[in-house]
Design a binder for this molecule. Structure first.
Ligand code: NDP
Ligand code: HSE
Length: 432
């Protein structure tokens, strides 16, 4: 029997798109891909924005000057969207799905905003919308949640899901590097988003947590609010404090069941105890830690950003979509559990590291500590560095309610002796 051909069009040939084109052009892998896809994958078109730039790795006859041509071409079976952004990409994916093409994307920002509607559109048109590359770069966590863990009751998904920020925090920890210089290194390595604010302010991680939650718990992919803090306020002094005290600072994404019918979803930096499995995940690596009721703890580790690792995940989706095209089936997207509510952030509990710049004079410490006491926040330890106008206090609290810590910070800021509230970072893996 003749091998069926599945025609593939790629929109975007930047960091990830170019790496995918390299993988699809590898002649030594043709037979293996035919076996996996049950068809021969034929790359027929590549859309880019700047048609004047020389692209030595892309055969000139494949280049098209309009992404719309790929999205609407009825002869293209699988449309791979790797341009990013949430408006034009949304229109293109909609066009492709409406005509029954399979869509593969790594666009977490778009999925977190409109993934529920786009998945419904795919289902209504009996086609696939796959996005393994959107979370954890090369880590195959989404398919694991979709298939292997489909019958499992998952209680928590927690991870390091942004390569750029993990790269920055790791370099600050291991080399004492300043934040800004490491960010530009992460950008030049292709880890960062086109606007790196998405990485450093936690938007990218929040989008990924939203996607993980949808598959683990059935929460909607509709841009709903998720608690978010980035890493821009982390100073070298915080990193040094963590190192001295047996912690590593990580930007964590967490989604967990709290009580019978509520989910808490959040992204924030955390001081992770050095013995915790996530503490040793360094550089642009990501790790996702899943706790299932029957499976117990599971962890996936791998390169969370960069062209080649992400392209490997995207290619896996292209293969799966091609296989489905040939067998005339499609994978059922996740379903939304409308009974789940959002657990209020203020009711969560954690230990905290809090820093203050204060005027160093008699009575300051008692004024400051009484504010903690007024809000039932018990202090576990305190360090002072500097004197006079440079005095810097570093507190670690016992476990306290978020709402009480927030109220403490508000009242501390009102004290005349407090010049600045510095950092407020949660501790993970700490008892009491
Ligand atoms: P890049 O900025 O490197 O590449 C974007 C590509 O899209 C470029 O080739 C650009 O063209 C093209 N493009 C932009 N607008 C248009 C348009 N209107 N029509 C046609 N082509 C267009 O992005 P990345 O490869 O880094 O990221 C792509 C997607 O993958 C994003 O959604 C990102 O969030 C996601 N992602 C990225 C990862 C990474 O490590 N980089 C990892 C996981 C996901 P031109 O070359 O002419 O500028
Ligand atoms: N900018 C993202 C990161 C790319 O740094 O993790 C991978 O999704």
């Amino acid at each position: 029997m003749e091998t069926p051909v599945v025609r593939v069009g790629i929109i975007g040939a930047g960091t990830v798109g170019a790496a995918l084109i390299d993988l699809l052009s590898d002649t030594s892998r043709v037979d293996a891909l035919i076996d996996a896809a049950g068809s021969r994958l034929e790359l027929v078109a590549v859309a880019i924005r700047d048609t004047t730039r020389v692209r030595s790795h892309i055969p000139a006859h494949l280049l098209v000057d309009s992404a719309e041509k790929i999205a609407s071409d009825p002869t293209i079976d699988v449309v791979v969207e790797l341009m990013g952004g949430t408006s034009v990409a949304h229109e293109l994916i909609t066009t492709a799905l409406q005509r029954g093409a399979s869509v593969v994307t790594a666009n977490k920002a778009l999925l977190a905003l409109s993934g529920t509607a786009l998945s419904a559109l795919a289902r209504d048109n009996a086609t696939d919308l796959f996005y393994e590359g959107a979370v954890g770069g090369g880590i195959p966590i989404l398919r694991a949640l979709r298939t292997s863990l489909a019958g499992e009751r998952i209680n928590r998904v927690m991870g390091i899901v942004n390569g750029t920020t993990n790269f920055i925090l790791s370099k600050m920890t291991s080399e004492g590097s300043e934040y800004a210089s490491v960010l530009s290194e992460a950008q030049s390595l292709g880890y960062a988003e086109s606007d790196p604010t998405a990485d450093v302010e936690g938007f990218d991680a929040a989008a990924k947590v939203t996607i993980l939650s949808s598959l683990a718990f059935g929460t909607a992919l509709d841009g709903s609010a998720i608690y978010r803090e980035g890493i821009t306020k982390i100073r070298l002094a915080d990193v040094e404090f963590a190192t001295r005290n047996g912690y590593v600072i990580k930007l964590l994404g967490i989604s967990e069941r709290v009580g019978a019918s509520a989910i808490s979803q959040r992204v924030h930096p955390a001081m992770v105890a050095k013995g915790h499995p996530l503490a040793s995940v360094a550089g642009a690596f990501n790790a996702v830690f899943v706790e299932g009721a029957s499976s117990g703890p599971l962890m996936w580790l791998g390169q969370g950003a960069g062209g080649a690792p992400t392209a490997a995940a995207v290619l896996g989706d292209v293969v799966a979509a091609a296989r489905n095209k040939v067998t005339k089936r499609f994978d059922v997207p996740f379903s939304v559990d409308t009974t789940l509510g959002t657990f209020p952030m203020g009711e969560l509990q954690s230990a905290f590291y809090i820093t203050l710049n204060v005027i160093d004079r008699p009575g300051v410490l008692s004024a400051v500590t009484s504010v903690f006491g007024d809000h039932d926040v018990s202090i576990r330890s305190m360090e002072q560095s500097g004197f006079g106008d440079e005095a810097h206090l570093m507190f670690v609290t016992h476990i306290a309610f978020e709402s009480d810590v927030s109220a403490t910070l508000v009242d501390l800021a009102k004290l005349e002796v407090v010049e600045e509230i510095g950092s407020c970072i949660r501790l993970i893996g700490v008892d009491g």
